[in-house]
Design a protein. Structure first.
Lengths: 394, 99, 307
């Protein structure tokens, strides 16, 4: 086995994963902080190291459109984007998913304009949560790399056949250098396998029509099929996670529980902030505090049953959202988890912290203060402010 | 016209795919007509101008000769009658026909 | 030289039972263009009359593989399919010859689709783009597009007390496409089917991007009887409103010069959408439109090195 440990940024690692996956077509448009992915990949293409036809499209809308055309034609297709690029593709995201095309797309999380902000928050991918794309979040470079490889198998699984987004934090993970194990080329190729075609346009002996007009007599049935595929995706994510462990010794599940089983207070969070939180949990545990962390990985489909079961025993939880849904009662993660908890045996006190918008930093002291807030809630049995905006200057 | 029972979500191909290429031929647009083209076989020179101009592929041609008109699809637009160089096609009120 | 008897023996790609209006120019465009093919084809279509009327679930009128994506991206979509073909061919996974064509109305080509068209042309994909130009957003109910001629009534350029129809002249999209310096560009008419089929053949069998703009008269939108679709197509050419020409490897060539050009009035008299221009207070508009046509014809003659 020729795995190698190296110091590498998130974008370079993901670009390397794409090289190992070797998709048949990639159509992409550059946008900060995703640019290194396409730049690095262009070098692989120019050096003849991949089979990929790389279409340098003239916008993200055309990127996803070309991906739809290529995937329908019948082959493995990838792209990547961030923020407003993702927003520009919006209508085609729905079309890709509705046509059941397993396109794989790393999304480097960046704040949506306006004002223009190139730094990390989750407003871009959260805005796409209704689009029927499978959504997976990565804590660090290793996860971004591993998730990109697993994403191929999840999306292309015959019971799923839905496109998939793999998120990781802009600049923090995309440009941060971390110590990563890059896997053996042949083993990755074996893991992802050959693309399983499904009614390809290029099978001219069996011509098909993609993208018809549905009147009110068929649209609902087509959507019901998509709903079913999304439901199946959860078990497929777990199956692929187990298989990944067999190949590469690292297992991935729906979420990661860190010091959670005997905790009284916990933080629930996505992506890189989970890494910061783990450090704080270690420090507080050393002082005897019963704190823990739930790092969510699979956001769509949302594993509401498992989340409810896992969080029910806690006394107080702080749900951290790195985006807001303007006008809603709290951020997206908060509303999903509260809804899930309604089915739990016991509902812990729960508070929403909306933080980090536009790349506003969150450090260990901040996390520690959140655990301190939770302690006050446990002591008084009262939540004074349900939704807080953490780190904004008043 | 389509009278088929509408299928449920488990029975139709997924993703909106239509796997039976060209199956619109079973959808009979002939009922749209209010006038129908009638061809005088004697006058007709088989020039096939009506065939190349028909929007509904309803001029039936076999081995380079006109065999007839597909009345289950012809919409009665009248282009064939207008363009025929020898005026071999006339548009007759649909009321004159009972079939 | 297209031989109708020979062409009629080929299997048609567009089947009957589509729900385009009686007398629709678009289906005539599709039938004539695709008759030039000797290879299997993948068809992409922008949202519009053609796409919607030929693919109402569970029916499809397409005997070839077909994809509709959205309104503005037929060119981007076919780019993706063509790139997949090239990729799989390079990898030895496909050994057949397959052609790629995108059809779009003037809406999906001149306006909302112009960006993705320009991108696909610039990247040099091996495909054909055919615009069936019916001079308006017909599928959504006859709204103006940049292809709508000056003076025409549409629902978004209605004839009111102050403004009598569309105030701008048409966009010359064929020239815009020619400016991309692609190997083959042409303007054609369903009236001169021989010319159109020959141009389609050249488009399909030229390496790289090819573009054909075909006038597609619309009985509903232009307000004329369905039987006159071809007549209107002929009048447009004879009035120099829709010149027939090609730009092959950058060389402009005129394909048809009427002995005596018909006055634009004749073209307008045949359609209800120009009826208001015949009021005395609007006659100057017809005069200005005639001058504009003559001026553009002169420019075209110069480009084609004709007198």
């Amino acid at each position: 086995m020729n795995n190698k440990i190296t110091a590498i940024t998130g974008n370079e690692a993901v670009s390397y994963a794409i090289k190992q996956i070797n998709p048949d077509v990639m159509a992409a448009y550059p946008i900060t902080p995703q640019t290194d992915i396409v730049e690095k990949y262009s070098e692989y293409v120019a050096d003849g190291l991949v089979n990929t036809e790389f279409i340098t499209v003239e916008s993200e809308h055309s990127a996803m459109s070309a991906c739809v055309g290529a995937a329908a034609a019948g082959g493995r297709v990838m792209t990547a984007t961030s923020a407003n690029g993702l927003a520009l593709m919006f209508e085609i995201l729905y079309i890709a998913a509705s046509n059941r095309l397993p396109i794989i797309m790393p999304v480097v999380n960046r704040a949506l304009s306006a004002p223009v902000n190139i730094h990390c928050d989750h407003s871009d991918s959260m805005a796409a949560r209704d689009s029927s794309w499978i959504q997976i979040y990565s804590e660090n470079v290793q996860e971004a790399y591993d998730n990109t490889i697993q994403a191929v198998r999840i999306a292309e699984h015959m019971e799923v056949r839905l496109p998939i987004m793999v998120m990781y934090d802009g600049f923090i993970t995309s440009h941060g250098i971390e110590c990563v194990e890059l896997l053996d080329d042949d083993k990755v190729a074996k893991f992802v396998g050959e693309y399983p075609p499904h009614y390809p346009l290029l099978d001219i002996d069996h011509p098909v029509t993609y993208g018809p007009l549905d009147l009110y007599d068929y649209y609902f049935e087509h959507k019901r099929q998509q709903i079913e595929a999304m439901k199946k995706a959860k078990k497929v994510v777990l199956e692929i996670g187990k298989e990944f462990k067999q190949f590469f010794s690292r297992e991935y599940k729906l979420f990661e529980e860190y010091q959670l089983s005997d905790a009284e207070r916990a933080i629930v969070v996505l992506s890189s902030t989970a890494g910061t939180t783990k450090q704080v949990v270690d420090e507080l545990r050393a002082k005897g505090e019963k704190v823990g962390l739930l790092k969510l990985r699979l956001f769509r489909p949302f594993p509401y049953k498992e989340i409810a079961q896992t969080l029910s025993h806690l006394k107080a939880i702080a749900i951290l959202d790195r985006s807001d849904s303007f006008g809603a009662f709290g951020g997206p993660l908060f509303t999903e988890i509260r809804s899930a908890l309604l089915e739990a045996d016991k509902i812990p006190h729960n508070v929403n912290y909306i933080y980090g918008l536009g790349g506003r930093d969150i450090n260990q002291n901040d996390i520690a203060s959140i655990y301190a807030d939770l302690e006050k809630i446990v002591k008084t049995s009262r939540v004074e402010e349900q939704v807080k905006y953490f780190g904004v200057r008043e | 016209m389509s009278d088929t029972k509408k299928l449920g979500w488990k029975e139709i191909p997924e993703g909106g795919l239509i796997t039976k290429a060209g199956n619109s031929a079973t959808y009979e647009t002939g009922s749209w007509r209010s006038v129908r083209p009638v061809r005088d076989e004697e006058k007709c020179t088989n020039c096939l101008i009506c065939w190349v101009y028909c929007p509904d592929c309803s001029i039936l041609v076999s081995d380079g000769k006109i065999k007839g008109i597909d009345y289950s699809h012809c919409k009665g637009c009248g282009i064939c009658a207008t363009e025929c160089p020898v005026k071999a096609i006339k548009m007759i009120d649909e009321k004159e026909f009972t079939d | 030289m297209a031989n109708l008897k020979e062409l009629s023996k080929k299997e048609e790609i567009l089947s009957r039972g589509h729900r385009l209006c009686a007398g629709c120019g678009a289906s005539i465009v599709v039938r004539q263009v695709l008759s030039a093919l000797d290879d299997p084809v993948v068809v992409a279509n922008a949202t519009g009359c053609l796409e919607v009327s030929t693919t109402i679930f569970p029916y499809t009128s397409w005997k070839s593989s077909f994809i509709h994506n959205a309104f503005e991206n037929a060119a981007a979509t076919i780019s993706g399919a063509e790139a997949m073909f090239r990729s799989l061919k390079k990898q030895g996974k496909i050994d057949k010859e397959i052609k790629f064509i995108a059809f779009g109305g003037d809406g999906g080509t001149y306006d909302i689709g112009i960006q993705s068209l320009s991108g696909a042309l610039e990247r040099g994909h091996n495909f054909v783009y055919v615009c069936y130009d019916n001079e308006g957003y017909m599928n959504t109910g006859i709204q103006r597009s940049s292809a709508t001629p000056r003076g025409a009534w549409t629902t978004t350029t209605p004839v009111g007390k102050v403004i009598p129809g569309k105030t701008q002249y048409r966009k010359d999209l064929t020239a815009v496409v020619a400016a991309h310096n692609i190997p083959y560009v042409a303007q054609a008419s369903i009236w001169r089917w021989n010319d159109l089929i020959e141009k389609s053949r050249k488009a399909f069998y030229t390496d790289g991007p090819a573009f054909i703009n075909v006038l597609s008269p619309c009985p509903r939108g232009w307000r004329f009887d369905s039987q006159n679709t071809i007549e209107l197509s002929k009048l447009a050419v004879q009035a120099n409103f829709w010149p027939l020409y090609e730009v092959e490897q950058g060389k402009w060539k005129l394909n048809y010069k009427p002995k005596e050009r018909k006055p634009i009035k004749e073209w307008m008299e045949a359609q209800g959408r120009y009826k208001h221009l015949f009021r005395p207070e609007n006659e100057h508009i017809i005069k200005e439109i005639q001058e504009d046509i003559d001026k553009n014809w002169g420019k075209l003659l110069a480009k084609c090195k004709e007198k």
